[in-house]
Structures are given as C-alpha cells and as structure tokens.
Ligand binder design. Structure first.
Ligand code: NAD
Length: 368
C-alpha cells in the first residue's frame, strides 16, 4: 500500500492530467469511465472539456445513491465491461462521489483479478475522505461496506471545480469531515478553518475549497500511511463516528429516511467532545466553543429524551466494541487523540442529555 505521491491536487493535478492524457493513456488497451447519472451530467462535460480523451473511450453509468452500492450493480458493471471488451490492460476511471469511488474501485480491483483504476472524486466527502485511504467495497443488504478490499487506486485527481454543482446538503455533509480533520490536526488549524468559514453563508458561497481540501487530504493520508490496513492508528479517524453511526441507525429505524452522514457526524462530534472532557481532560471551554460552532453550522436534530437508552444501545452495536464497555475514539486536545477509551452507558447517556440541552439554547430543532 503506497498511496503517497499518487494524490494530485491544485496546479499539480492539472499538470499531471495533461501528461496523463497526452502520454500515459497510451499504455492502456481501453479507457472506461464510470459515473452515476449526476456526475455524468455535471462533471463529465467539465472533465472532457478540459482534457482530450481517446476517441474510443467508453462510458458506463449507474443510478446515484447509497442504495446502488451493492453487488447487483457491481455485476452489471462487470458484465458491461466484459461486453465492451475491457481486458487486463484497460483502465477504469471512476468519476463521482464516494459511492462511485467505493463501487468502482471494488469492481476494478476484482475484474479479471484487478485492472488499473483512478479516482476523480466529485463530492467534498469523496475528495477529503472516501477517495483517500485505499478502501473499496459495497454494502451487503443492510450491512454497510461488508464486502470489499484494501486496494489503492493508481492515482487520485482532486479537482475542487466539481464542487460548484454539488447540492448544499452534500457540501455541508462533507464539511463535517473537514472539521473532524482539523481536530485531528491542531487547535491552530481548527481556528483557521472557523475564520475561513465562520457561518453557513461562507460555506455555501465559497468557490475556494482548494486549500481546505488539500489540508484535509494531507491529514487523512498521513493517518492512512501509518496504518494502511486499519490495524490500530487509523481508528483516530473514527472521532465523532461511534455516536454519529448510532444517530444514523436511529433515524433510519424510526423515520425510514437517512440522516445525512455528515450531519450525524457533527452531532457525534458534539457528544464525543463532551465525553472527551469527562474521560480525557479535554478543555471544557474549547469543547463548548467547538460544539457551539457545529451547532451554528449544522442542523440541530432533537430526539425525545426517553429515546436516550435506545441511542446508547445502538452505539453498543458499533464494530469497534469489546464486551461490556463501549470503546470510543476520544480526544485529549486537538492533534492528540486516544483510541479505545472505554465509556460506560451512564456517561454516554449524560452526554446525550447534555447534547439535547445545547439545542434548546439555540432555539431551533429538527426532531427525529
Ligand atoms: P454519493 O456518492 O452518493 O454522492 C452524493 C450525491 O451527490 C449523489 O446523488 C451524487 O450523484 C451527487 N453528486 C456527486 N458529485 C456531484 C457533483 N459534483 N455535482 C452534483 N451532484 C453530484 O455520496 P458521498 O457523500 O460522496 O459518499 C458517500 C459514500 O462514501 C458512502 O457509501 C460511504 O460509505 C463512502 N465512504 C467511503 C470511505 C472510504 O474510505 N472508502 C470513506 C468515507 C465514506
């Protein structure tokens, strides 16, 4: 696993792509581009307008959405590749969000025992997270990412110009990972981020994602490089996710409608910052400053307080658990994370109550 040096951003990305399309592309017997309907409509014209693709480039398309990240769709893409004559010397270009990258990377890694593939991530989440780290795969029924491989792409080309057409909810959802990355990095970087994006308007209206995306990619890639097969250190990336996944499961079970992943992560970060104050000595003043920022940017989702035991229970089903206590990744201070902190049901319930009390002070809520 050696992804470093294969992720291109900014000017490097354009230069490298010019070289790729004029030279490297000749190495392949065929070029195949996988998109979903949205990335085909919004992103493919941008890419094809900027670079000269071989005339016999072939196109494959899937329906958008998480529900299409499954083995049936993989089979359809494998069959289409075969019908279009893809061989072991073909290249699959995955142009899309995390779903296209996860599925396309898995399809390419297994087609004829593995062909080359590259990523052009087109959502903020895919650019800062899904396309980085070499994890590919699909869902197995309701079991998320149950079938897959550690298989890094040959290259990742990150063009933030794709983000211009991204729906706002998707943009904001990806932004939660950006905030998480800043906490993995340093207090200084967290404050720089807040300065650049003080409110929702700034997030919605900026066309300048370049530096923020680059920084996030570096932060995630550093973690991944030190633990490519997720044996330990990579767990720091789970900050906000144990509680976040529980909120996602809860929303799905009771309302049948998924909570945007990043919104759940933002809620999870608030809860886990509170737990970090209790368990790791995180500065309470800074924790409430960060929570207030998250609450000012992300929607506050309220739940009935009698549902707290159920949500706590859902955290117990998280993959990262050992018997009895709930194991979480918490934070001592920005840049200093602690993995496998055993948290009791009681402390988690207290932190969920604390979360609910924060919403009241802001006076707005979405209830689920
Ligand atoms: P997504 O791929 O479903 O994209 C979100 C929506 O935006 C889709 O409707 C898509 O068609 C549309 N879209 C994509 N780019 C667009 C653009 N530029 N303009 C307009 N619309 C656009 O979702 P996502 O949030 O990008 O990714 C979520 C997936 O990523 C999940 O399946 C998750 O499991 C996975 N993921 C993987 C990793 C990993 O390490 N492999 C990490 C994090 C998340």
């Amino acid at each position: 696993m050696h992804q470093s040096g294969t992720i291109f951003t900014g000017v490097d990305c354009i230069k490298s792509l010019e070289h790729f399309f004029s030279q490297e592309v000749k190495r392949y017997s065929g070029i195949f581009i996988l998109t979903d309907t949205n990335s085909r409509m919004h992103c493919l014209p941008l890419l094809m307008g900027q670079f000269k693709f071989p005339e016999d480039t072939k196109f494959l398309e899937t329906e958008p959405g998480e529900q299409n990240k499954n083995l049936q769709v993989c089979t359809k893409v494998w069959q289409e590749l075969a019908a279009l004559g893809a061989d072991r010397y073909s290249l699959l270009i995955c142009l899309g969000g995390g779903v296209v990258c996860d599925l396309g990377g898995f399809v390419a890694s297994t087609y004829q025992r593995g062909i080359d593939f590259i990523f052009f991530p087109t959502t903020l989440l895919a650019q800062v997270d899904a396309a980085i780290g070499g994890k590919t795969g699909v869902n197995l029924g309701k079991l998320k990412n149950y079938v897959g491989l550690f298989s890094p792409p040959n290259a990742v080309y990150i063009m933030t110009s794709f983000l211009q057409t991204l729906p706002y909810v998707e943009l904001l959802s990806g932004y939660a990972e950006v905030v998480k990355h800043s906490l993995l990095s340093s207090e200084k970087y967290y404050h720089q981020l807040v300065l650049q994006f003080p409110d929702i308007n700034a997030i919605q209206s900026t066309s300048n994602w370049e530096t923020v995306v680059e920084r996030s990619v570096k932060i995630k890639n550093n973690v991944v490089q030190s633990d490519p097969y997720e044996k330990g250190l990579r767990k720091v990336l789970n900050l906000g996710h144990t509680a976040g996944h529980a909120f996602e499961s809860y929303a799905l079970a009771h309302y049948g409608k998924p909570l945007p992943h990043g919104f759940a992560v933002a809620m999870g970060l608030i809860v886990e910052l509170d737990l970090s104050v209790i368990h790791c000595g995180f500065d309470p003043k800074l924790a409430s400053e960060i929570s207030d920022y998250l609450l000012s940017v992300f929607p506050f989702y309220a739940f009935a307080s009698d549902k707290i035991p159920e949500i706590t229970q859902l955290m117990g089903f998280d993959k990262k658990n050992k018997a009895g206590a709930i194991q979480m990744t918490l934070i001592k201070k920005p840049g200093d994370l602690i993995t496998d902190v055993a948290c009791s049901h009681e402390t988690i319930e207290k932190s969920l109550i604390e979360y609910l009390s924060k919403g009241n002070s802001f006076g707005f809520a979405k209830t689920f």
